[in-house]
Design a protein around this ligand. Structure first.
Ligand SMILES: NC(=O)c1ccc[n+]([C@@H]2O[C@H](COP(=O)([O-])OP(=O)(O)OC[C@H]3O[C@@H](n4cnc5c(N)ncnc54)[C@H](OP(=O)(O)O)[C@@H]3O)[C@@H](O)[C@H]2O)c1
Length: 286
């Protein structure tokens, strides 16, 4: 069986949907913290079992019979994140999983300026240490994250953000499609994949041009000093660690950590990834 965690989240759900187009439902299982949210999968013949990263026994049960396990990384940072991943990896070993696939991120490195990429590097070390076959999907930076940063600009027309660098923004749907393709063709990648990215690395100056073209409205790009951005985030109610986490994305982008563009995603999809402009147009039409 192929078992997917986080299957009621954005990436996990899309991945299961794509997987069901490639393999019979009775070969697919999900490990979710709230099985009620996965009722539609159960109705289609997918095995649904409760699995919480805070409850090791539940994970061992949910991972039972998995030839492959897709471990969707937790939406946490730092020690709390790595501890959750360690729990899941230990449970996978206990359950006798054949291969663990993990949603890492491009730029995963112990010396990354972005905390999440340091957490991914530590998790990849844990996977390496299991001695099991493993694959780290080095996913491109979610285009959805760029769209979150653009939320104010969508209304003001001014992209007022810290100094940045080019980022190979990548869509959830394309990543899910590629992940399903990798799962369906077992063992295609050993260890970290090449970066799975969109076709272009864009800084927010380039994004302003794209937003202008797509919407027909003028968009400007204003560089906000890091300290000012932090104060603004705090004033809008963001906790200090979140404000610092956001700033660290810009620092890492300035350092070129998310700049690499790679053709592997396109090869897996059999077509070009959806360009950022199309993703923005679709999101802003909603
Ligand atoms: N590549 C990138 O640029 C990038 C950017 C941001 C985040 N990420 C990472 O990618 C992951 C997946 O992205 P996404 O958009 O699908 O995020 P998401 O929609 O927030 O999904 C996270 C999933 O984790 C599940 N989860 C959280 N805590 C859990 C726990 N204790 N036990 C079991 N499951 C738990 C959630 O369950 P529920 O459905 O019950 O809530 C959800 O299904 C994120 O969690 C994050 O690690 C990557």
């Amino acid at each position: 069986m192929i078992i997917v965690t986080g299957a009621t989240g954005k990436l996990g759900r899309r991945t299961v949907e794509r997987l069901l187009e490639r393999v019979p439902a009775d070969r697919v299982g999900v490990s979710v913290r709230d099985p009620r949210k996965a009722r539609d999968f159960a109705d289609r013949g997918v095995r649904v079992r409760p699995g919480s990263f805070d409850d090791p026994a539940s994970l061992v049960h949910a991972f039972e019979g998995a030839e492959q396990l897709l471990l969707v990384s937790l939406d946490r940072v730092g020690e709390e994140c790595v501890t959750g991943h360690r729990t899941a990896i230990d449970a996978a070993v206990k359950a006798g999983v054949g291969r663990i696939l993990y949603t890492s991120q491009m730029g995963a490195a112990h010396d990354s300026r972005f905390q999440a990429c340091r957490d991914h590097a530590r998790t990849e070390d844990l996977l390496r240490a299991t001695g099991l076959p493993w694959t780290a999907l080095r996913n491109g930076f979610y285009a959805a994250s760029a769209l979150q940063f653009l939320e104010a600009a969508r209304h003001t027309g001014d992209i007022a953000l810290p100094a940045d660098g080019p980022v190979a923004w990548t869509g959830h749907d394309d990543l899910a499609d590629a992940t399903a393709a990798i799962l369906a063709e077992q063992g295609r990648f050993e260890g970290p994949t090449p970066p799975l990215t969109g076709a272009a690395a864009l800084d927010f100056g380039a994004v302003a041009e794209i937003a202008s073209r797509v919407t027909g409205r003028p968009f400007t790009r204003t560089v906000v000093p890091d300290g000012v951005f932090r104060e603004q985030a705090l004033a809008h109610g963001a906790p200090a660690p979140i404000a610092d986490l956001m700033l660290s994305i810009f620092a890492a982008a300035r350092h070129g950590e998310f700049t690499t563009v790679d053709s592997t995603l396109a090869e897996l999809l059999g077509r070009e990834p959806v360009p950022f402009g199309a993703l923005l147009e679709r999101a802003w039409a909603e």
